[in-house]
Design a protein around this ligand. Structure first.
Ligand code: GDP
Ligand code: MG
Length: 602
């Protein structure tokens, strides 16, 4: 295709502002699918994505659009992941485009996530086309939002397109704006092949499918290619695009976006951001911006029923086929039995995997408290040299006397909120050891920037934020590196024995409050026994909080009147059932629910 007739763009928007609905409309308007073929939302295909209204995997569709100038353009619409956890994938998708549609809800205005995405888009030198959506809503204030886009983002919004993606208003104007405002890609057909690996996923029929953006040269079937970062060679056996139906093409030339397959079995071999070139006479320099993503949040996943362990192993392995960014290794816990220690890009990523295991594989799971990765410097001991370890499981916490220094990951968080909620938000951030960096007001809204330890955010920060602002605040973060912290391991002891699944790394300043909270919770959650049960939170040998569960005086059945045998039987049966779901701990039985509830902070 002639470069002048190609337009590559993505859609950036805050969650729920109408990105997917608009994308569907564009597909429909250009005849990519007939009305009958349109399922409700084409681009968000996974159930979880639909329910949560987010995109997890970037997908691209090619639209053929005949513009008012009579020419037919190839529009490549890239749907980027919609969550901070997937920031790197977003950055690669953006790098594959020349422009972006900025969708802003006419009733909600600019939100934190809109801002974060726009800044990234500007960094990639995108031409940004503002689209003010949902103008059909009674609460829509398109003129106010237009002014907001200019004031807050600082781009010209005088020609913003007004749309209602829901009712189809303004869609032809969006298409014309794409052609007129977004610049065509550049590239050299005669140069050695240089294509960026934008995304990859596993397809049961095709194997690993790779989404590419060709910069120079041509990629075609039968070509032997080299992945410059991965260092592997592959034979291209299919080239094509999605309309959104899969269509095979003879080749992809400069400026084009499409897919290739090369009989690759694991997504791990096709890393996002890699550069694809020909094995012979290829490019000598890889594309800039390549990064290996590392999991940042870890937790243990255990089957509620120990008999499900094998099933859990298979299910995790299956999910992992499609998602190289999460990691897992076997773990055993005295409290929870056999399970896996898994690493994720963030909390949402964790929730997605957990939910898919529960739903798609029908597994009942216990998730231990999420933990971040700590860097610990150890001093020399009699048997061991000085060294550095990366700790992602409190169970592996080293002998405290050997610890020289612990560092924890920090983030820069931006919260955008109606100013009436500012007070509680500042308090929340302060309570979580936050350092305020910036605070600005724009038209009844406040934007506040805090530096926060990631460890304080992974528990329940987002839920707390949503509840104190009744869902009106938005939150966005980026990692800013490791900092030294006064961190200690807190053990929870039930009947004087530490329960490994409940131990956690905490900052010394909040340890007591956390410990007290945990003890109080467990006191309510663990059933009484025939003896007194102490529950303690301790750092090393020092108890920092304690509660006691009083002993049970009499047999439960004593509560029933002597004669009612059937009732007594029922009660005993109920007890037995309850027992099956308990973990014996020392001589104390802790019900499964107690672990789950105790681990759910808040
Ligand atoms: P996304 O999260 O940005 O992908 O947003 P969606 O496209 O999933 O839309 C979020 C919600 O807003 C859905 O319930 C849509 O039906 C609704 N929506 C999208 N566009 C419009 C619109 O123009 N007008 C109205 N009233 N609702 C819309
Ligand atoms: Mg969506």
């Amino acid at each position: 295709t002639d470069l002048a007739l190609i337009r590559n763009f993505s859609i950036i928007a805050h969650i729920d502002h109408g990105k997917s609905t608009l994308a569907d409309r564009l597909i429909q308007a250009t005849g990519g699918l007939t009305a009958r073929e349109m399922s409700e939302q084409v681009l968000d295909s996974m159930d979880i994505e639909r329910e949560r209204g987010i995109t997890i995997k970037s997908q691209t569709v090619r639209l053929d659009y005949t513009a008012q100038d009579g020419l037919t353009y190839e529009l490549n619409l890239m749907d980027t992941p919609g969550h901070v956890d997937f920031a790197y994938e977003v950055s690669r998708s953006l790098a594959a485009c020349e422009g972006a549609l900025l969708v802003v809800d006419a009733a909600q205005g600019v939100e934190a996530q809109t801002l974060a995405n726009v800044y990234q888009s500007i960094e990639h030198d995108h031409e940004i086309v503002p689209v003010i959506n949902k103008i059909d809503l009674p609460a829509a204030e398109p003129e106010k939002v237009r002014a907001e886009i200019e004031d807050i983002i600082g781009i010209d919004a005088s020609e913003a397109v007004l749309t209602s993606a829901k009712s189809g208003i303004g869609i032809p104007d969006v298409l014309e704006a794409i052609v007129k405002k977004i610049p065509p890609p550049k590239g050299d057909r005669a140069a050695p092949l240089k294509a960026m690996l934008v995304d990859s996923w596993y397809d049961p029929y095709l194997g690993v499918v790779i989404l590419v953006r060709v910069l120079d040269g041509v990629i075609k079937k039968g070509q032997q290619v080299k992945f410059m970062q991965g260092g592997t060679e592959h034979l291209i056996d299919r080239v094509g695009c999605f309309t959104p139906k899969r269509v095979e093409l003879p080749e992809l030339g400069p400026g084009e976006i499409g897919f290739v397959t090369a009989q690759i079995k694991e997504v791990e071999q096709a890393k996002v951001g890699d550069t694809i070139t020909t094995a012979k006479g290829g490019a000598t320099e890889a594309l800039p911006g390549y990064k290996e993503v590392q999991p940042v949040v870890f937790c243990g996943l255990f089957p509620v029923d120990a008999a499900d362990f094998e099933k859990l192993r298979e299910s995790i392995a299956r999910l992992r086929l499609n998602d190289a960014s999460f990691s897992f290794e076997m773990e055993s816990s005295a409290a929870l039995g056999f399970g896996f220690r898994c690493g994720f890009l963030g909390l949402l990523h964790l929730e997605i995997i957990q939910e898919r295991l529960t739903r798609e594989f029908d597994l009942d799971l216990i998730t231990t408290a999420p933990s971040v990765v700590y860097r610990i410097q150890l001093n020399k001991s009699r048997t061991d040299d000085a060294r550095e370890i990366m700790l992602h499981n409190p169970a592996d916490y080293p002998d405290p006397s050997r610890i020289e220094l612990i560092e924890e990951p920090w983030i820069k968080a931006t919260v955008y909120t109606p100013d009436e909620y500012l007070g509680p938000i500042l308090k929340l951030c302060q309570d979580r050891r936050g350092i305020q960096r910036d605070l600005t007001y724009v038209g009844g809204r406040a934007q506040v920037t805090y530096e926060l330890p990631l460890n304080e955010v992974v528990f329940d920060f987002y839920d707390r934020l949503k509840s104190i602002t009744r869902g009106y605040a938005s939150f966005d973060y980026e990692q800013i590196g490791l900092r030294e912290g006064d961190l200690v391991k807190m053990n929870i002891l039930v009947n004087n024995e530490p329960v490994d699944a409940l131990s956690m790394i905490v900052h010394r300043s909040v340890a007591e409050a956390r410990g007290r909270h945990m003890c109080e919770r467990l006191k309510d959650l663990i059933p009484r026994h025939l003896f007194k049960i102490p529950i303690q939170a301790a750092i090393g040998g020092k108890v920092i909080a304690r509660e006691t569960i009083a002993a049970l005086r009499k047999d439960v059945t004593a509560k029933c009147y002597g004669g009612d045998i059937s009732r007594k039987k029922k009660l005993l049966e109920k007890q037995k059932k309850g027992k099956a779901r308990m973990r014996e701990y020392g001589n104390v039985s802790i019900p499964q629910e107690a672990f789950i509830a105790a681990l759910r902070m808040g």
